[in-house]
Design a protein around this ligand. Structure first.
Ligand code: 9MR
Length: 373
């Protein structure tokens, strides 16, 4: 019996390969999405330096685009004023070039993971608008120029708008007002006129946020300032947001004349009664009830989770003409930030490869979706 089942398996694979006209070893995410959008992953330091060898193998085989999960954040690139540290970012960019990938820089201006000196003078007081502009310009110009022509797109500003459409009351906003966003885009464009420039945020499907981001995009375009895309982070859960809500946002952004990047996709399988915020400073105390699947997902949750991934990819394929890139926020479940957010020490299953580096069955299901498009 077993032998027959194995034979049937081989036949099915051969047949499905024939229908796509592709050898089975070529059926990878990056090949299957080639003429649709880039498919990417975030990279951690052990991956960038080749220490996590099994992940690197997956990245080379499956992905056409990469973004640094952490090492290009300002606290790492410029820990002290004018003292830049580029070793990790250089290694990341070298990896991308060697493997012929579409390289994304994340992120130039973000209120979080920012070195402490950025907003204060030597007496610890807030700097003036002029000084802050100068510091932003120096940071952006130094970083973007270093990778000119090599990093193809930048998350210029990250997480500046709240779900209700108001501006986040960050120090950037307090000192410079809304103008800090167009200023950042100007500086980035001056440093590399060919680079694509994006505004990136989480929960970018809330109607208030959608409206505010579109207004910002239109204002910048009207002033002749380059903005190529919005990055929808897509840290989503099993129920929230609905596909309809998400589609409305994609359509609205597309109509405003920018491309959409799905920038940090992961689908949590864990309970999330607090919603889908990715505000890294949010913390909730550990509670055993909130960590129910330490030894694996029950079949019904697994099925929901797989359906959810397929629903999202179906949506991305439907809107492929507006979507430039879909990037997963990591390779394997063990790498995922979701295991520690907003509760530390849970076991989540948000990514496409499991803790043993196995390709999850959902990957084949996602690939099959492309056969009818
Ligand atoms: O995944 C990242 C995690 O390793 C870091 O500790 C955290 C703080 O720097 O940032 C995570 O990535 C965030 C991204 O840079 C911006 N959007 C939300 C992501 C998840 O928190």
């Amino acid at each position: 019996m077993k032998k027959i089942a194995a034979l049937l398996g081989i036949l099915t694979l051969t047949v499905s390969c024939r229908t796509t006209g592709t050898a089975s070893s070529d059926i990878t995410l990056k090949n299957i999405f080639k003429n649709k959008f880039y498919i990417g992953t975030a990279m951690s330091l052990p991956q960038i330096y080749g220490k996590d060898r099994k992940s690197v193998e997956i990245i080379r085989k499956q992905f056409s685009s990469i973004v640094a999960e952490n090492c290009m954040k300002s606290m790492f690139l410029q820990p002290e004023e004018n003292k830049f540290f580029f070793d990790d970012a250089d290694a990341f960019v070298a990896f991308g070039e060697k493997n012929n990938m579409f390289i994304i820089g994340h992120t130039l201006i973000w209120h979080s993971q920012l070195p402490k000196w950025f907003f204060v003078d030597k007496d610890g007081k807030d700097v003036s608008p002029e000084v802050l502009k100068q510091r932003m310009k120096n940071h952006i110009t130094t970083v973007v120029s270093r990778y000119k022509g090599r990093v193809k797109g930048w998350d210029v500003v990250n997480e500046a708008i709240m779900e209700d459409g108001s501006y986040r009351k960050s120090k950037f906003y307090e000192i410079l007002g809304e103008d800090f966003i167009p200023l950042a885009f100007r500086y980035a464009h001056e440093a590399d006129p060919d680079a694509e420039l994006y505004y990136n945020d989480y929960n970018e499907w809330y109607p208030g946020k959608v409206a505010a981001v579109i207004k910002m995009v239109k204002d910048m375009k009207a002033r002749g300032i380059r903005i190529d895309g919005v990055g929808m982070q897509a840290h989503v859960g099993l129920d929230t947001p609905s596909i309809e809500e998400y589609e409305k946002a994609i359509s609205a952004y597309a109509q405003s004349g920018v491309k959409i990047n799905i920038t940090e996709l992961d689908i949590s399988a864990l309970p999330s009664p607090w919603g889908t915020s990715a505000n890294v400073s949010d913390k909730i105390a550990y509670d055993e009830k909130m960590n129910p699947y330490r030894n694996g997902l029950p079949a019904d949750v697994q099925a929901n989770w797989e359906n959810r991934y397929q629903d999202f990819f179906r949506l991305f394929l439907k809107h492929k003409n507006s979507i430039r890139r879909v990037t997963l926020w990591g390779v394997t479940d063990s790498q995922s930030w979701k295991n520690d957010f907003p509760i530390k020490g849970r076991t989540d299953y948000p990514l496409l490869f499991d803790r043993r580096y196995n390709t999850k069955p959902v990957v084949g299901k996602i690939i099959r979706l492309t056969e009818t498009k």
